[in-house]
Write a protein that binds this ligand. Structure first.
Ligand code: XLS
Ligand code: MG
Length: 343
């Protein structure tokens, strides 16, 4: 399979049991080893990790035990011909993070969040990646009066600076999302993520990761969010998926809802030679209705969709596009793009 130099990743949570807030699991759990077996088969070579995907129950382990377990995981990956793309601290499940992590009103909870993140850095080091993704699930509010958004912004900056100081090689990619689980999150868009990063003690080590569904949930165009970050050399990862409007976070297969938006994301990534910059991450989930043995097709579909759209982007008649732009004939350009997508 020609991947045009692109490398692909997904996280173990992308093969899941189908539970949702209103119903239990509908598919048996696959062991981590079973999941690893699927990667190569489907054309993926990198694994996205939460800290406890790599080292389960890390809160109960010593620093040395954590490092040892992370080294074992790295070996397991190597045995499957895989590497880790990034490690993300999971700061949203522990009782200490009920009211936020870095921005909790409780100083003990904030200290826990920083300590936990440092453990995630240790894990990343042992797994051979210097990339940390920060999806700040519980940094935000359900109630405006309960927190101070200005103070929260400074606390987020302090947390990022603490991690940059902890490991001089660490690179942090902030993954903005406007809501869910919070009503209103503190870093809802690419603009917020980059503004914070530019204030950091070493701005060159803070970038961003764009997830399609998150941009759509913010009412923004994913392609423009990608382009904004690329313009400043700050797009260090993507989580391509799809989302049917302003609803719960759907993590639908890439391109399954809005083909044109998917095309434009791929077009802009490809025009900017993203294969030389980062990994094409897919953050997609199989529908709850999908029978267990068939619950990896969303990954296959998303990867194939990406490659098909690279072909379509490259075969677009650029001279014609340029001429139509010059003539300001955007109706004809509209038709050219739609015809191209219907080929
Ligand atoms: C959730 C996020 C999550 C991150 C990694 O909405 O997309 O899966 O990508 O923590
Ligand atoms: Mg994501």
């Amino acid at each position: 399979m020609d991947t045009f130099g692109y490398r692909f990743s997904f996280g173990p949570w992308n093969i899941h049991e189908g539970a949702d807030p209103f119903g239990p699991t509908v598919r048996p759990a696959r062991s981590f080893a079973e999941k690893l077996a699927v990667y190569k088969e489907l054309g993926f070579s990198l694994v996205q990790f939460h800290d406890d995907d790599a080292v389960p129950d890390l809160d109960k382990l010593s620093a040395a035990q954590i490092r040892e377990a992370a080294r074992a995981m790295r070996q397991l990956l190597a045995d499957h011909g895989l590497t880790a793309e990034f490690v993300a601290p999971r700061l949203w499940e522990h009782p200490m993070t009920i009211d936020g992590a870095y921005t909790s009103n409780d100083p003990k909870a904030r200290a826990y969040a920083i300590e936990r993140s440092k453990k995630a850095v240790d894990i990343a080091q042992e797994m051979g990646t210097n990339l940390m993704v920060l999806w700040l699930a519980r940094e935000g509010t359900y109630l405006r009066e309960a927190k101070d958004a200005g103070r929260a912004a400074r606390q987020l900056l302090e947390a990022i600076n603490a991690l940059l100081a902890y490991d001089p090689k660490l690179r942090i990619a902030i993954e903005p999302k406007p809501n869910e689980p919070m009503d209103l999150a503190y870093l809802p868009t690419m603009g917020h993520a980059l503004a914070l990063g530019f204030q950091a003690s070493d701005p060159s080590r803070v970038g961003a990761l764009m997830e399609t569904a998150h941009a759509i949930l913010a009412g923004l165009d994913p392609t423009d969010e990608i382009s904004f970050a690329l313009a400043f050399g700050k797009l260090w990862g993507v989580h391509l998926n799809d989302q049917n409007g302003l609803k719960y976070d759907q993590d639908r297969s890439f391109g399954a809802i809005n083909l044109r938006t998917a095309f434009n994301q791929v077009r802009v990534l490809d025009e900017n030679r993203f294969w030389e910059i980062g990994t094409v991450g897919l953050d997609v989930k199989a529908m709850r209705t999908q029978p267990a043995p068939l619950a990896t097709k969303h990954l296959r579909n998303s990867l194939q969709m990406f490659l098909r759209l690279v072909e379509l982007s490259r075969s677009l008649d650029r001279a014609k596009v340029a001429a139509l732009i010059t003539a300001r004939d955007y109706e004809e350009l509209d038709w050219l793009i739609m015809s191209h997508l219907m080929k």
